[in-house]
Each structure stands twice: as C-alpha cells, then as structure tokens.
Design a protein around this ligand. Structure first.
Ligand code: BGC
Length: 486
C-alpha cells in the first residue's frame, strides 16, 4: 500500500512492501551462501584455468574470509553513518560488480581482489541484513526472519554447488564454464542491488538521526493500523532514551568481557569442528577416496540445507545446549569414523583399488557429520551470539564474534588440504574430533541455556554476577532480584 493510504486496514495480513523487505533481506543471506559455497564445485575449474595447485587453491578460497573480517569490522560504522538501506545497497553493489568482474576472467591478482571484495560484501551483509530486519519487519515476523537468514545461507550453498556442477559438466572448457559460474552469482547480486532501491530506510535509524516524520512515513508503509504505528514509535523513543550503543571500551567491563569470551569461543569451536573443510573441499576429499560424480559434489550441501529446517523448531523445543551437545557428540564420532576410513584407504594411488567398505563408512560419516552441524552448531552459535550481550554492547559483541568466525573459517580454509598432504589424509579428522571434545566441555562449563528467558532477565543476571552457565536461569534472576531488594 502506498504512503498516506488509510491505515485502518485488516491487521494480520502484511503490506506488499513487507514481502519486498523480506525478499531483499533473504537475498542478502542467499549471497552469503552463494559466495561461501562457490568454491566446492568450481575449484577444479579455477585451478585448470589459472594453473595453480592445492596451496594456491587454499589461499584463493581463504581470501573471502579476509574480506569478511574487514567487512564485519566496518559494518557497524557503515550501518551507523550511511544508514541501513545505503549499507545494504553498498553490499549489493559490491556483490554485483565483483562477481561481474570475476566473470571476465581477469588476471589472478584482480580475480583475488574481487574475491576479497565479495568477502567484504558478505561481512557487511551478515551484520546489516539481520539488523535491518530486526528494525524494519513487523514485530510478529521478526523471529522467523532471523532464522530465515540462516536458512538462506544453506540454500545459497546448495544452489551454487548445484549450478556449478552442472555448468562444469555442460561446458568442459574453463574459459566458458567459469564466467557462467560467476554470472550466476551476478544475477542474484543484481536482484539484491536493484531490489534494494525499493526498500524503505529503517524507522529506528531515522529516529536515531532525529527524523521522526520520515520514520512515521515508513511505518505507515509497513504497518496496518495507527495503533501499531503509535506503539512502535513509543517503543523506539523509549529505546532511544535507554542505554545507547557503547564503544569498544566496553570490553574492559568485567561482565561484558565474560560473555564476550563465551561468544568468541563458540565461534572458534564452530569453525574448529571443521565445517568449512567440508563445505569447501568435500569434492576434493571424496576424490582422495576415489569418489567422484554427483554424490561427491552434492552430498554435503544437500544434507546441510535439509537439516537446517528441523533446527529452526528444535532450537525452541529442546533448547540451545541440548542441540550443541547432540551436534558435538555426533561430529566427534563421525570425524573419528571418517579418519578410520581414510586410514583403511591408506595411500592407495589408484581409486579402483579402494574397497567399497571404507568408502561407504566415509560417506555415511560425512552425511551424519553434516547433519550434526546443520542441526546444531550452524544456527545455534549465531543465535546465542545475538542473545547473550547486554543491549549497550550488542553491536560491539556481535562485530567481534563475527570477525572471530571469519578468522577461524579462513584458518581452516587456508590449511586443511595442505595439512592432509603433510600429515596423512586421516590426520585432520582426528584433530577436528579433538576440538569436538573440547567443545562439549566448554558448553557444559560455560555456555548458558538461553531458551525461554528474556534478554533483559539475562542481562540482569549477568550484571549481578551470576556465573556464566546459569545466566539463562529464571530462579537465578529472581534470587538476585530478592537480594537486590533486601
Ligand atoms: C558458518 C559458516 C558455514 C555455514 C555452513 C555457518 O553457520 O558460520 O562458516 O560455512 O554455517 O552452513
């Protein structure tokens, strides 16, 4: 509905602009996934065209993470000074131009710069998209929008794996297939960029800049009734009078530092259980075991996407910690099984000589491993990181934890294959299994269960010295309320 239209329309249904908001934001998540999933089924083609080996491939892959770290670092500043909409447009522009440039198959340094730029765009989008949604989508759909973002990442990984595998089969000449692979990303990026112009600016950011009239005009476009508009404005005004976003100095406050360590270690373990070795290199790893074709190319992205769906319900039904245990234990067992399978395969040079049993064990282990991650550590870590920080430090906390995620993702991407070459194919699976053990201990000792408690209650607990793993307990909060009252 256009601006100035009667506002007393039926509540419950959403205006068309709300669907545009969700679709463009979904594209932001999709592009994250498209860039993250790009390498798996294109690495061979890139290596053929640009003539580099295993280490060159690893370094090229990891450049995305370097861009991601810097994009995440600056995203808070962009969001604050440019506004949310212009930051989204900036990310869309970077995605579109960097992928279009890559499609021209420039010299390797330029292609690497484009991959850095794509990472930079992902870093911005992964911060600004959830923020924009939280501030602009009607309250009743904000929760599901948060999980939609996660789901879109896995759909993006799946989609690009599928299109790349088919393009590589249809056009064997890398000079033809590689541009088509990059153009697939360009297509979705352009949709996000041009779609972005239709978006309204975030009403909260407008209020932050003292532009109340414009903020009301946006709310008229997204909400149905005057009552909804009034209460939204009141809520924003109250929030603006509350604690404002603190600077980086907040890390020196003891209570903040404690939860920061929890968020940082969650992200470290999310990466050190080895997920991106699988997301990036599973076709290569299956290749070492003599497995090629669609199974090698599509197993990981398919299982990863399918099991993110149940996670959305389970995270509310079972809670975060149960899922983290389930995931870590599943990944522990399956990593050991995959290591044993590779040991049995040994250093066989001819794929035809590899027997069916270790191959089957490897395949089943990888499927269960990805199930273990997708249903737990994938979505839960991001969720918990968005919940544990007190309001005034949420921006700082999420920026730091996102940067840590990319740093360790880059570390895995840049070293996994050469580690296998240097220490034997089985070795890296045991290393990741070791991190799964540490992850279980860490969750048991330090991670709070954040299901079913409000963020404010948790903040109260935190500031009253409740120990980390009890932060999400209601009674801990009331005990402290009593103490504070007495
Ligand atoms: C992780 C990414 C990973 C993706 C796989 C995300 O939660 O942060 O590093 O590639 O899950 O689905």
């Amino acid at each position: 509905m256009s601006q100035g239209a009667p506002v007393g329309v039926k509540s419950g249904g959403y205006k068309r602009i709300v669907y545009v908001i969700c679709a463009v934001a979904a594209l932001g998540g999709l592009l994250f996934g498209l860039d993250q999933g790009f390498i798996a089924n294109s690495l061979e083609t890139i290596q053929q065209h640009y003539q580099f080996g295993v280490q060159g491939g690893e370094h090229f892959s990891a450049i995305l993470a370097t861009g991601g770290i810097i994009g995440a670092l600056l995203s808070g500043l962009f969001a604050r000074f440019l506004g949310r909409k212009r930051s989204l447009l900036l990310a869309g522009f970077i995605f579109t131009s960097a992928s279009a440039f890559s499609a021209m198959l420039p010299p390797l340094p330029v292609l690497s710069a484009c991959r850095f730029a794509l990472g930079f765009g992902v870093g911005i989008a992964s911060f600004v998209v959830p923020l924009y949604l939280a501030e602009t989508a009607p309250a009743s759909i904000r929760g599901s929008m948060g999980t939609l973002f996660q789901l879109m990442i896995t759909i993006g990984i799946f989609l690009i794996s599928l299109t790349n595998v088919f393009i590589a089969r249809a056009f064997v000449n890398p000079a033809t297939s590689l541009p088509l692979m990059f153009l697939t990303i360009t297509l979705f990026a352009a949709l996000m960029f041009f779609g972005g112009f239709m978006l309204p600016e975030s009403p909260r950011w407008l209020m932050l800049k003292g532009r109340k009239e414009q903020s009301i005009a946006v709310l008229r476009r997204t909400l149905n009734t005057q009552q909804e508009i009034d209460s939204e404005i009141e809520e924003i005004e109250q929030a603006l009078h509350g604690p404002q976003g603190a600077g980086i100095g907040i890390v020196r406050r003891g209570y903040f530092f404690k939860v920061l360590v929890v968020g940082v270690l969650l992200q470290v373990f999310q990466q050190l259980v080895g997920i991106n070795m699988m997301i990036y290199y599973s076709p290569t790893i299956f290749g070492y075991a003599g497995m090629k074709g669609l199974v090698a190319a599509m197993t990981v992205p398919t299982v990863n996407m399918l099991f993110t769906f149940p996670a959305i319900h389970l995270v509310e039904k079972w809670g975060r910690k149960k899922l983290l245990y389930l995931g870590a234990v599943t990944m522990l067992i399956t990593m050991i099984a995959a290591g044993v399978a590779f040991r049995a395969i040994g250093s066989v040079t001819s794929p035809a000589m590899i027997s069916g049993v270790p191959k089957t064990v490897l395949l089943v282990s990888v499927i269960l491993y990805i199930f273990g991650f997708a249903v737990s550590w994938g979505p839960v870590v991001w969720l918990v990181c968005s919940e544990i920080f007190p309001l005034e430090g949420r921006e700082v906390g999420m920026t730091i934890t996102t940067m840590v995620n990319w740093t360790f993702a880059g570390l895995v991407m840049a070293n996994a294959l050469s580690f296998m070459q240097a220490h034997g194919n089985a070795s890296i699976f045991y290393v990741f299994a070791g991190f799964c053990v540490l992850a279980v201990a860490f969750v048991a000792l330090f991670v709070p269960e954040t299901k079913g408690i409000t963020l404010e209650e948790m903040e109260f607990n935190l500031k009253n010295g409740v120990r980390l793993r009890d932060l999400g307990k209601r009674d801990a909060s009331s005990m402290f309320k009593k103490n504070a009252a007495g």
